[in-house]
Design a protein around this ligand. Structure first.
Ligand code: CTP
Length: 401
């Protein structure tokens, strides 16, 4: 399966380090050339000789290792690699990578790597949830790293919670997806909308919502990886547009509508993940509004925005139209109503009252309602995995046409 694939497996010093042996063995048995690099602490949890015996390659722990044919280890090891996977990635190693610190062979090699990068964080729950760790993981994500979220369960420290290395089989499935990406959406043009719209009140103030854009960006990225040509039309977010995706920044609902209509005829699939403002200020002020002494109230008159999804539904010819429904209650009822009312082919419903599936979190759990009457429930997973779940449903629907 992985013939001609060179994989650098970085192992940092957590108790889950022993699981890296299974992964190294599986990759090797499937034809990959696996080169392990361990932090000195990792070598305290699992002997380098175990990994060497399983992969048939010397294991790098010390930057100054030498032997016949050895050059500069942190440069040579990553040369022509197809993937650099750090499993498990401890809080310390993640922090060093985020900061660009190169104080051991593994972290030096990460800096020298010019290939897709993957980490599977594993650590104590409090360490994982610490804002420093979360920020570091976000930094890596913004740089294009593939992150596999940890699982919840009994941890080696005795605590129960987030931070566990996911099941080895789940990591293997993720590595397979990265090494052999399916091209099942090749030849299709996707229009994906993401993020919030903003509706001006005056030149310095506006009305917006809590959408982070993460779900839409994950869908754009996943569709790209599966071979689609993608146009991402996005409101203001803090996210970096995915490489290889055509990107159009918009602000108001009106500008998002124009961008969508311009692209619509040439699209095969439209995914409307954006959180569009339903109303805009009727008459935004041309100059900054000033407080007036003695007037304690201010009334803004709002008028309805165009419903972009409904408009695309009306104009639909050959396109497959996927809408979203962000709800806090009666999720199924409202989602089904929107599916019909907006002439969508699928409606992805999101319960945004949940802490693990709402705005600005990295996980999601959705239910897809299709015009054909199907109801598909995704597991709680990263937004990237949820994106693939949605795209699997799109692929299945296209196959039925
Ligand atoms: N949508 C849109 N244009 C709007 C409002 C919503 O294109 N003016 C799209 C969203 O992108 C999403 C779907 O319609 O795909 C549902 O959006 P949502 O905000 O959940 O519902 P609304 O239609 O706005 O209804 P309500 O606010 O009453 O829930």
């Amino acid at each position: 399966m992985f013939a001609n694939k060179k994989i650098v497996l970085g192992i940092s010093g957590g108790i889950a380090a022993y699981k890296a042996a299974d992964i190294a063995s599986w990759l090797t048995k499937n034809g990959a050339s696996v080169h392990c690099m361990m932090t000195p602490n990792a070598a305290g949890f699992i002997a380098p000789q175990v990994l060497q015996a399983l992969t048939h390659h010397p294991v790098v722990v010390d930057e100054f290792m030498s032997g016949p044919g050895w050059g500069i280890v942190h440069i040579d090891t990553v040369q022509n690699a197809d993937l650099f996977a750090v499993i498990p990635a401890t809080a310390n190693t993640i922090a060093k990578i985020a900061a660009g610190i190169a104080d051991n062979a593994l972290t030096s090699a990460v800096l020298a790597a010019n290939c897709p990068l993957f980490i599977a964080p594993a650590m104590n729950t409090h360490m994982y949830q610490n804002p420093a760790t979360q920020q570091n993981i976000q930094t890596l994500k913004n740089r294009g790293w593939h992150i596999m979220l940890p699982a919840s369960g009994h941890l080696a420290c005795g605590a129960v919670g987030e931070g566990k290395l996911p099941e080895v089989a789940a990591i293997e499935a993720e590595l397979q997806r990265l090494l052999l990406p399916s091209q099942d959406l090749a030849g299709l043009k996707f229009l994906v909308t993401a993020g919030p719209t903003i509706e001006p009140i005056d030149p310095v103030r506006y009305i917006t919502n809590k959408s982070s854009g993460k779900m839409g960006y994950a869908i754009a990225e996943a569709a790209r990886d599966r071979g689609a040509q993608v146009l991402l039309v996005s409101g203001h977010t803090n996210l970096i547009p995915p490489a290889g995706v055509e990107y159009l920044a918009v602000d108001s609902a009106a500008s998002m509508l124009t961008a969508c209509l311009d692209a619509y005829d040439g699209c095969d699939v439209v995914v409307k993940a954006a959180a569009v403002a339903d109303y805009r200020v009727a008459e935004p002020a041309a100059q900054k509004l000033k407080k007036a002494d003695g007037i304690d109230e201010m009334v803004l008159r709002l008028v309805k925005n165009p419903d972009i999804l409904a408009e695309l539904g009306r104009r639909k010819t050959h396109q497959l139209l996927i809408g979203f429904a962000a709800e806090t209650n009666n999720v199924e009822e409202y989602a089904r109503q929107k599916l019909v009312k907006k002439h969508a082919d699928m409606l992805v419903a999101n319960d945004v009252s949940r802490a693990d599936a709402g705005f600005d979190v990295d996980t999601n759990q959705v239910t897809i309602f299709t015009a054909a009457g199907d109801k598909l429930i995704s597991p709680l997973a990263s937004k990237r995995q949820t994106a693939d779940f949605i795209l699997d449903a799109v692929r299945a629907r296209l196959d039925k046409q």
